[in-house]
Write a protein that binds this ligand. Structure first.
Ligand code: HEC
Ligand code: HEC
Length: 612
């Protein structure tokens, strides 16, 4: 407030000096006018407005952002990333240059829309005045907002360039030259070599953005948003500003490249996998043939959430979606699942029923090396013999046979050093491996019954089968679950799997016989419930600490012969119907000529019936 007053006084000075040196004064006035908008930004509201803002804040915001605005509300233990600490004056999503305060409109956007894929919700229920007031109140937590020097003009965001091939390829060069890949990965999946080490200004591990999933961008998915993000940087995070190092045009090309990495603005979540029929054998060892089979199968993306209903809670899972496809032939069915993971954790342990000690519930994203080391050292008791298993586990490259897979996992040597170097027992994923599971009921519910097993590994009446793959070993193990405390290995069906990790993406392909005596069979034209679990070893996920989906369906599409006969049949019916119609009309015409009664329209309407 005080500063605001001063700036107004200053603005009144020049007219008094007018007569003395008109030119200089004119220049001074011009200068003041130029800076006037800056000063006008120091707007801390009236006392009443701030008091009204406090009411809104205490009601809706304090539980996360803390009564004192320090980000330590009572709900924050469970929240990753942590709520913003308003006392620092550091805001991520701004239109203003690096290091500057956000504009009120920037804050308004975060409050209205929320920050997707964090616990920060949007607040469409608040009135415009309430938002104004709460903004005034938030600003009062940091003295920075009283300092005119901390205000900057919003940057210019030029309209995007057309996404031509040249523009995208120039953008790729910029992306490489500027080192985006070292954090975001070569194709943007968040798997750059630095990604596992990143922390924010407070030393908390910070999750790198997956540039291929634009719907998870908190600053917005449009080209303008992308331009703004890397031009202004995200204050308080390792995400730098490139305003000084890049010309506008190169920034526009970079936008086109980043945009081209994406899978769309929207995740397009589905509820159904359509398993398509193939004549060919399904050979897991023949990668090319397998890829060709799946090339024709539609891909569906399913949302994953953290398991928070039972102990082992995971409020902020690393993986937020999984894609799935299915193919079947006469005897077998194959499923392929894909998800992005910032690195392949392939040296550790994992299992669907591994115990998660209470202190390790909900340990957030990151598991940065030091924390991990401390945890491991502190927790020797919890993990008993785990220390001794490290080295042999890391040596089990043999599991990945063909050598080239091994290279992918531990790519480029330097990654390997970061991840496993120096015999540092605690360095992140060495302890727990990545893993994935498909879940099916062991039989279909009675026709018409909506009953499905409990989605958390089944229940006593309705068991489930799990096709579990620990990515350290890359083979499928089968488990039967009657609830998450009763998951036991079964040998009932043989499920095979192959796995690969490439540039931040896991692909796991499963195969099983379609018919089973012990578990579910996949008959043609059947809707079979399916659910997914994904574990990120880097995030110390194992057992019940995982990302999971609710039940969705696999539909085994009719095999090709049937699919082909159906249209033929339909055509035949149509021909028949037309013939009948013609015969009918001809006869009627004949009768009409004889009797001269019904209209032609009636005739058509009547004739239409058999055709339908
Ligand atoms: C359930 C917890 C939660 C509640 C409730 C909540 N926030 Fe947040 N908020 C967060 C988290 C978490 C972040 C940080 C997200 C990130 O860093 O990406 C955040 C960030 C913000 C930011 C910073 C945006 C930026 O650019 O850095 C603002 C502003 C904000 N919240 C305002 C509010 C207001 C106002 C309310 C109440 C109307 C509110 N929040 C309620 C969790 C919450
Ligand atoms: C030092 C590591 C690092 C480098 C280099 C880096 N980024 Fe980032 N970037 C991050 C981190 C960390 C985040 C997520 C910050 C957060 O979640 O608060 C991020 C977030 C982003 C986002 C998404 C923001 C949102 O709305 O959620 C975009 C887009 C982005 N970066 C683009 C780029 C581009 C383009 C480059 C190169 C010109 C680049 N980054 C270089 C670390 C980096």
């Amino acid at each position: 407030m005080a500063r605001h007053g001063i700036s107004i006084t200053a603005a009144h000075h020049p007219p008094a000096a007018c007569s003395a040196a008109p030119r200089a004064v004119a220049a001074a006035v011009a200068a003041l006018l130029a800076t006037a908008p800056l000063m006008a930004q120091v707007d801390l509201g009236t006392e009443e407005q701030r008091a009204a803002g406090k009411v809104v804040y205490d009601k809706y915001c304090g539980q996360c952002h803390g009564d004192d605005g320090d980000g330590n509300g009572y709900a924050t233990l469970r929240v990753k990333p942590k709520p913003r600490d308003f006392t620092t004056g550091k805001y991520k999503f701004r239109t203003t240059p690096n290091g500057m305060l956000p504009t009120d409109d920037d804050l308004r956007r975060a409050i209205e829309v929320g920050l997707p894929y964090t616990s920060m919700p949007g607040w469409p229920n608040l009135t415009s005045a309430e938002i104004d007031n709460v903004i005034y109140y938030i600003k009062s937590f940091s003295p920075d907002f009283e300092n005119p020097d901390r205000y900057g003009e919003p940057i210019d965001i030029p309209p995007p360039l057309e996404s031509t091939e040249e523009s995208i390829s120039r953008g790729r060069v910029v992306y490489e030259e500027q080192g985006c890949a070292s954090c975001h990965g070569e194709v943007g999946r968040g798997d750059g070599p630095s990604a596992p080490t990143l922390v924010n200004d407070k030393g908390d591990p910070i999750k790198i953005a997956d540039l291929t999933q634009r719907w998870t961008y908190r600053g917005g998915p449009t080209k303008e948003d992308i331009y703004r993000t890397f031009s202004t940087g995200l204050n308080g995070t390792p995400m730098p500003s490139y305003a000084d190092s890049l010309e506008v045009e190169d920034r526009q090309h970079l936008v086109n490249y980043v945009y081209s990495l994406g899978d769309g603005d929207d995740p397009g979540y589905g509820t159904l996998i359509t398993a398509v029929h193939a004549e060919e054998p399904i050979d897991l060892q023949n990668g090319d043939a397998l890829d060709a089979l799946f090339a024709d199968a539609p891909m569906t993306r399913f949302p994953l959430v953290g398991q928070i209903s039972e102990p082992g809670r995971n409020f902020y899972p690393s993986v937020t979606s999984i894609e799935a496809q299915a193919v079947y032939n006469r005897d077998e069915i194959a499923f392929r699942v894909r998800w992005n993971d910032l690195r392949a954790d392939t040296t550790g342990r994992n299992g669907p029923s591994m115990d998660v000690p209470m202190w390790d519930e909900d340990n957030g994203i990151g598991g940065d090396a030091e924390d991990g080391a401390e945890d491991a050292a502190d927790s020797g008791d919890f993990f008993g013999d785990f220390g001794g298993e490290e080295a042999p586990a890391a040596a089990e490259d043999d599991f990945f046979g063909g050598g080239d897979t091994g290279d992918d996992f531990f790519g480029g040597g330097d990654d390997g050093d970061d991840f496993f170097g120096g015999g540092d027992a605690g360095s992140g994923g060495a302890e727990f491996s990545d893993a994935v599971a498909l879940q099916f009921p062991i039989s279909l519910a009675e026709a018409g019954s909506p009953l499905k097993p409990y989605f958390l590994f089944g229940d006593s009446q309705n068991p489930v089968d799990l096709w579990f793959v620990n990515l350290t070993y890359g083979v499928a193990d089968t488990f039967r679950g009657r609830g998450s405390d009763q998951v036991v290995p079964t040998e009932a069906d043989i499920v095979e799997a192959v796995t690969s990790y490439d540039q931040g993406e896991w692909t796991v392909t499963y195969k099983r016989r379609r018919s089973s005596r012990a578990g579910i069979s996949f008959a043609e034209q059947q809707y079979t419930p399916i659910a997914f679990s994904v574990w990120d070893g880097f995030n110390r996920e194992r057992g019940n600490k995982r990302a999971l989906s609710s039940w969705f369906y696999v539909y085994t599409e009719p095999s090709v012969q049937q699919a082909a006969t159906l249209p033929v049949l339909r055509a035949a019916f149509l021909v028949l119907a037309i013939e009948l119609l013609v015969v009918f009309l001809v006869r009627r015409r004949a009768r009409q000529r004889a009797a001269g009664s019904d209209t032609a329209a009636d005739a058509v309407a009547a004739a239409g019936a058999p055709a339908v």
